[in-house]
Design a protein around this ligand. Structure first.
Ligand SMILES: NC(=O)C1=CN([C@@H]2O[C@H](COP(=O)(O)OP(=O)(O)OC[C@H]3O[C@@H](n4cnc5c(N)ncnc54)[C@H](O)[C@@H]3O)[C@@H](O)[C@H]2O)[C@@H](O)CC1
Ligand SMILES: [K+]
Length: 502
């Protein structure tokens, strides 16, 4: 599992660690790790990041490379200067653009000059003819404008520099984080740097994983500076393949269909017949032992035709015993009494799409709510654009409001509980943004609930597996449909369950 921590926790851990170390030792660890990643960038080991196609790719390493440092007035600038000094000693031509001469990191600047680096900015402002020329011909730009001490977006002079750097052909490496993002929330409130690679220190920062900021961080490289023992519980978790392989339900020797868990599914309608078929498909592959579908005859017939292993009934009340319900995908209008009965049945419930319109003020059972940004906006009476801009804020708010687990779908899918860490799904891709894809996810998540996973684990495992299926489907068909994603599921699950991966 990968973790990310809030700035206050990073600061506290740094203070505790620094008390054990000689002055400046931590910055040297950071600068050495930063310089090492920069050397790899200059050897061509990284992709073209955000600006694919528009890059001048260098392969020769630091010797003879042209490097520009953008240096703010804090320790983030200090890291850039010390790393610049290391690269200069390895033969790079290093030019520094100093934003605040009155607050520049003194020993870092002296080290850079000792190593042969030069300052190209003037006393009146950072943007000079020499600055522009250096940025234009640079192979690598190191963004040390703001780190975890930054507040709000970039000021105008820094914004102008960032803009100019983005238009150049150099690879941009951000120090700790792309300057100007809100590091604890992933929000972007003003001008900011767009990085191809971010080298972050001690632990990942929250904003590096949450959009919109995550989209401007590029590849993330973590440099260990020894903070580990001093860090508290993380604010954010990112599941990895091995975690999901371990968490995915494994039937034991005595398993039968009931013990593996039975999912009840209330989905689809005369208007949205396909939603029932897709959700049922996610469910039959999702690790539970049996699917009971409740719905109108015509819809149930579609489900049975495609998934003959399903047991169908006309109404939820006639479905029989289940260990969990999934409710809402393509459900359309009506069936309020059935939804209400299912929500108060006392078993865990996944609520998707039209089910989210029918939520009571208080939920009686453990629930996993799976809105996209538009649905979450409606649930909280907010603007969709605001939810997209402040994803972490709103997913946490909804989790507290309904005392439930909330999975906010989108460019970075987040899974939040009322208290505790938030999980970010790392496998998402634009391939998932297709009609019916959410129905597959709902069936899969419901099935995992029925198999006994908690709402938090079921949501995050379902999102991970669904995302992997999206990647596989995209490789096969370019622009996959939800049916393609569904078809890719068994292969992904087989890979997860291979003994070597568990
Ligand atoms: N504290 C430590 O032990 C370590 C810190 N390191 C580096 O130090 C960084 C944090 O350094 P600082 O605390 O000096 O802070 P920063 O370098 O992030 O910011 C410097 C100062 O800029 C000012 N500022 C804030 N927002 C601004 C804005 N929008 N425009 C212009 N100025 C603004 C503030 O006065 C702030 O103190 C980390 O991100 C990391 O790069 C690393 O060297 C590792 C060790
Ligand atoms: K930075």
């Amino acid at each position: 599992m990968i973790f990310a921590h809030a700035v206050a926790d990073v600061r506290a851990a740094e203070a505790a660690l620094m008390a054990q170390l000689p002055e400046g030792a931590l910055m040297q660890r950071a600068a050495s790790g930063l310089a090492a990643v920069c050397a790899r960038v200059l050897r061509g080991e990284f992709g073209d990041g955000l600006r694919s196609g528009g890059h001048r790719r260098r392969r020769g390493g630091p010797y003879g490379a042209r490097v520009v440092l953008l240096v703010g007035g804090g320790d983030n600038g200090g890291d850039a200067l010390w790393a610049g000094a290391r690269l200069a000693r390895r033969g790079a031509r290093v030019d520094a653009v100093i934003l605040r001469h009155d607050r520049v990191h003194g020993t870092g600047l002296a080290a850079l000059k000792d190593a042969g680096g030069t300052v190209v900015s003037g006393d009146d402002g950072p943007m000079t003819t020499a600055t522009a020329a250096a940025i234009r011909r640079a192979d690598l730009i190191i963004d040390g404008i703001l780190g975890i001490g930054g507040r709000g977006g970039l000021r105008p002079d820094a914004a102008e520099l960032a803009e100019f750097a983005a238009s150049a052909s150099a690879h941009v490496v951000a120090v700790d984080l792309p300057s100007g993002i809100d590091v604890d929330t992933g929000e972007i409130s003003g001008a900011h740097v767009r990085a191809d690679t971010t080298v972050t220190f001690g632990t990942h920062k929250v904003g590096l994983f949450v959009d919109p900021a995550a989209a401007v961080a590029g590849d993330i490289e973590l440099v260990d500076i020894g903070l580990g023992p001093y860090l508290p519980a993380p604010a954010l978790q990112v599941l990895e393949f091995a975690d999901v392989a371990r968490m995915f339900p494994e039937p034991d020797r005595n398993a039968d269909k009931y013990r593996r868990g039975v999912l009840g599914l209330l989905a689809g309608s005369a208007q949205y017949r396909g939603a029932a078929v897709l959700a049922a498909g996610g469910a039959v592959h999702g690790g539970s032992g049996m699917l009971r579908f409740a719905g109108p005859d015509a819809v149930a017939a579609d489900v049975l035709r495609r998934w003959p292993e399903t047991v169908v009934s006309a109404e939820a009340a006639e479905a029989g015993r289940v260990q969990a319900w999934a409710v809402g995908s393509g459900l359309g209008e009506g069936r309020e009494h059935e939804v209400a009965a299912v929500l108060s049945a006392g078993v865990p419930v996944l609520v998707d799409a039209d089910g989210l319109r029918k939520l009571p003020p208080q939920l009686a059972s453990p629930a996993l709510l799976t809105p996209h940004a538009g649905e979450l906006a409606r649930m909280l009476d907010a603007q969709r654009s605001d939810v997209e801009a402040r994803r972490l804020h709103y997913v946490r708010q909804a989790a507290r409001r309904w005392n439930a687990t909330v999975l906010l779908k989108g460019s970075t899918t987040l899974v939040a509980e009322p208290d505790g860490p938030v999980r970010v799904n790392p496998t998402g891709s634009p391939a998932l943004a297709t009609a019916g894809s959410g129905d597959v996810l709902a069936g899969l998540g419901g099935s995992l609930l029925a198999a006994g996973l908690t709402t938090f684990d079921a949501g995050s495992v379902a999102a991970f597996v669904h995302g992997m299926a999206g990647h596989v489907a995209a490789e096969l068909s370019g622009y996959p449909s939800a049916s393609d994603i569904l078809e890719a599921l068994p292969g992904v699950l087989a890979e997860l369950r291979r003994p070597a991966n568990r």
